[in-house]
Design a protein around this ligand. Structure first.
Ligand code: SAM
Length: 262
């Protein structure tokens, strides 16, 4: 088990190009993530095939989010599709100084998550009864550099392309993304996998995308023994260097997918 996700030893430096580096105590960061992640209830077990929990109970995604929030100096966090608020609760508790925006199109999910936020005593979250592209458009206009966790999908509803089209600047994590490894699950809608082929069909086709390396030695092990989802990462309107330089991310060209897109 390594002790640092970016750089060596207790301290690490992360920055956007041309800005002052931020010094962080990575052992303390990992400890805080560990503590809050595993004290967040898995209400999502009621209906999710992975048994619920923040980020599908994959702590390595929480570690990645922590790295990216620091590297990009994000000014807001956006989750689309809150369901019963497992990831929302974690984000709100883990980042009390950041505004957290989430939404859902099922009124009961919104009501449940709002009540959960009230019980948790967190004051930095807005839970809205809203179609996710509308939330993304609003947040994009209000903040400089949000981190997006795009997880709004359910049966026939798949607003991912509209969500991505609405983002002008931010670092984006797409959940349930095909990272090309059998341990990591992904979703498929109308015969189209949530993965690189989908990126190749977007209005604005990105040149590259990023995925966590399946072999990465994160400072905490993933304890999800069931369904583990892949995550695709896109920098939109922001520097891609923090992703290229992250030791646990792989850089992948989208162009290779274009040629084989069905
Ligand atoms: C996989 S669940 C989200 C899980 C949640 N992010 C978590 O980590 O616990 C997907 C949610 O997206 C919601 N959803 C589906 N389409 C949506 C849309 N267009 N806008 C907002 N939410 C949507 C569904 O109602 C469902 O609650």
């Amino acid at each position: 088990m390594s002790t640092s996700t970016m750089g060596q030893g207790k301290q690490r430096e992360t920055s956007l190009a041309g800005e002052e580096p931020v010094r962080r105590d990575s052992d303390a960061e990992v400890e805080t993530t560990l503590q809050i992640f595993y004290t967040t209830e898995r209400a999502g077990a009621a209906g999710l095939s992975d048994g619920g929990g923040p980020f599908g109970f994959d702590v390595t995604v929480a570690l990645l989010v922590n790295d990216l929030l620091a590297a990009y100096r994000c000014d807001a966090i956006v989750e689309t599709g809150c369901y019963l608020g497992d990831t929302t609760t974690y984000l709100a508790r883990r980042y009390p100084a950041l505004p957290v925006h989430t939404c859902d199109v099922v009124a009961e999910h919104v009501a449940f998550t709002r009540q959960r936020m009230a019980l948790a005593g967190v004051g930095n979250v807005q839970v809205e009864y809203l179609d996710s592209p509308a939330l993304v458009r609003r947040v994009d206009a209000a903040y400089r550099r949000p981190l997006y966790f795009l997880d709004a999908h359910w049966e026939q509803r798949w607003p991912l392309a509209q969500e991505l089209a609405a983002i002008r600047h931010g670092v984006v994590l797409i959940d349930d993304f095909d990272i090309g490894h059998p341990r990591f699950a992904f979703d498929t809608y109308d015969g189209l996998a949530c993965g690189p082929h989908l990126l190749a069909r977007l209005q604005r086709v990105p040149s590259h995308y990023f995925t966590p390396s399946p072999d990465a030695d994160w400072p905490l092990p993933c304890l999800q023994v069931g369904r583990r989802a892949g995550v695709g990462i896109l920098p939109i309107g922001v520097d891609s260097a923090p992703l290229e330089n992250h030791p646990h991310l792989l850089t992948r060209p989208v162009s290779a997918e274009k040629a084989t897109t069905p």
